[in-house]
Design a protein around this ligand. Structure first.
Ligand code: DGL
Length: 254
């Protein structure tokens, strides 16, 4: 049994900043867990990599993650989940949680459009998800280069630039099928004028269930670390979310 006097370690992985909004939600829900966020910012977009290169890039990060001996790892990247999760689960022994587009709740609203990277939109995983939950009224569109645009401009996103990446379609619900797109949720919502869904709550919920054996009641000093890629930017994005949501004030940022 795990030592309840030690915080368990959970790792996160995304190509770049995309998974940080999911990290924030998990940090908020699990105050006694230590988190390390692994990223590969200088290689974004993963969604345009050929399958072999993608697997290699993700596997390299997972070898580092394995050496941390985490209780679980969250693949906070729809592309890596859609294209690599079977490989990862076959190779690594720790618990691996993936993120999937939230088609199931979104389709309740009517015609549903999933926005995703090219690699996700061409994957078998998304086809199966749409067949299972899409009720014949769900379409998937690739937003070429939007993830890279968000990665490089997260602190100064232009409404016009973001809208130029979006498919001109009508929908009753939009599903954000790439974690980078969460950072332009308001722009996307304004463009389509309908409800926008993402996989953040569902994935955070799933992680909480997996960690259910730990005692999370007494908060103790929690460590949030960043590894790989542009660590300073990733921490800044995380701190910005903490300030925006009132979790800490500007004065607490070191
Ligand atoms: N954030 C990732 C996703 O959810 C990948 C973005 C990219 O690097 O293309 O798909």
């Amino acid at each position: 049994m795990e030592n309840l006097y030690q915080n368990p370690e959970v790792c996160f992985f995304d190509s770049g900043i995309g998974g940080i909004s999911l990290l924030y939600e998990c940090v908020r829900r699990l105050p006694r867990v230590n988190f390390t966020y692994f990223a590969d910012n200088y290689r974004v977009p993963y969604g345009s990599l050929p399958q072999e290169e993608l697997i290699k890039a993700v596997d390299t990060k997972f070898q580092e993650i394995e050496s941390r001996n985490p209780v679980a790892t969250v693949v906070a990247c729809n592309t890596a989940t859609a294209r690599c999760i079977d490989f990862l689960r076959g190779k690594y022994k720790f618990e691996i949680v993936g993120i999937q587009p939230a088609v199931k709740p979104a389709v309740e609203k009517g015609n549903c459009v999933v926005l995703a990277t090219p690699a996700t939109s061409e994957s078998r995983a998304i086809k199966e998800l749409v067949e299972k939950y899409g009720r014949g009224r769900t379409q998937v569109f690739a937003c070429l280069d939007l993830a890279a645009y968000v990665e490089n401009n997260v602190f100064a996103l232009s409404n016009e630039r973001v809208k130029a990446f979006l498919p001109k379609v009508k929908a009753d619900a939009i599903v954000l099928g790439c974690t980078h797109y969460v950072f332009c949720r308001d722009i996307i919502s304004d463009y389509y004028g309908c409800a926008v869904f993402d996989g953040i709550d569902g994935t955070a919920e799933h992680l909480c269930k997996i960690l259910g054996n730990f005692d999370h009641r007494e908060p103790r000093a929690q460590k949030i670390a960043f590894s790989g890629g542009d660590m300073a930017k990733n921490r800044q994005v995380f701190n910005t979310l903490m300030i925006k949501n009132g979790s800490i004030s500007q004065n607490h940022i070191s």
